[in-house]
Write a new protein. Sequence first.
Length: 329
Amino acid sequence: MMKTNFFLCCAVLTMAGCAKSVSPPPTASTEGMLLIKEGSFRMGSDDPRFQDAQPVHKVTLASFWMDKNLVTNAEFEKFVRATKYHTIAERPLDPKEFPGVPVDKLVPGAVVFTPPDHEVRLDDVTQWWSYVPKASWQHPEGPTSDLKGRENHPVVHVAYEDAAAYAKWAGKRLPTEAEWEFAARGGQDQKPFIWGDDFAPKGKQMANTFNGDFPNKNTKTDGFERTSPVGSFPANAFGLHDMAGNVWQWCSDWYRPDYFAKSPEKSPQGPDDSLDPDEPGIQKRVQKGGSFLCCEAYCARYMPGGRGKGDINTGSSHVGFRCVKDGSL
């Protein structure tokens, strides 16, 4: 999703230390979750743009519960207050772990969407992404920003470890890629969008995506420039909101572009390791659903069969998550 030199820079500037321990989780509950009943579906996409989502293959899953909505800032704040947890973007950096990096650059921060004021080539992501010191889930655009009025927006700037820590505390877990896609499709077989065949049926915007000329001119046809409150757009057939657009969502699977060719039919858990040929030195997990930055001209992976990938140590202003838990009625 981003060029090697930029992602390496972002990883260096947002990664720190070992996993933090958290207090015991609260009593496990399915409040705010929906039961996704067992079933089979065809996973992946024949879209020629999504070579890493091929071949389309049959998958069978057991029942599981999934959060109806993305985890919000207000919900993540409860976790932080209860556990004193610090996200990767907030942790101090040890110069010994980053030899060669100037000390004045070793400050906590995160990667923020910073749109240019003119047209740019779409093969250089540094034109619209910037590392911003002291940006974090509490300060999405940097230290002068806050969460006032965004309590019900999805939490962002969470790295994989941060999302997994929240899920464990809540008595849940992160979804597998197969679970996520099965739930997103809502029982529809190989439809291009989670709601059907047309991007904007009868002119209606169905998700928070980028409108206009990416990345410099957002017409905000859908009503939002960045993230939107969870549940702002229609739910899919299973009753789940924001399974397309708004923010990318972490899945538990390691990312490999060749996995679908050998994925098992029953309850696939993803490959044993990570490999992204574009950035072979960076460990990545699968992300699904696209974000407010996806559009037809760039990314378009708000489609359920599309696949995203993210450095496990890097959060950004368009990545969040939701949780699942095992079980049935």
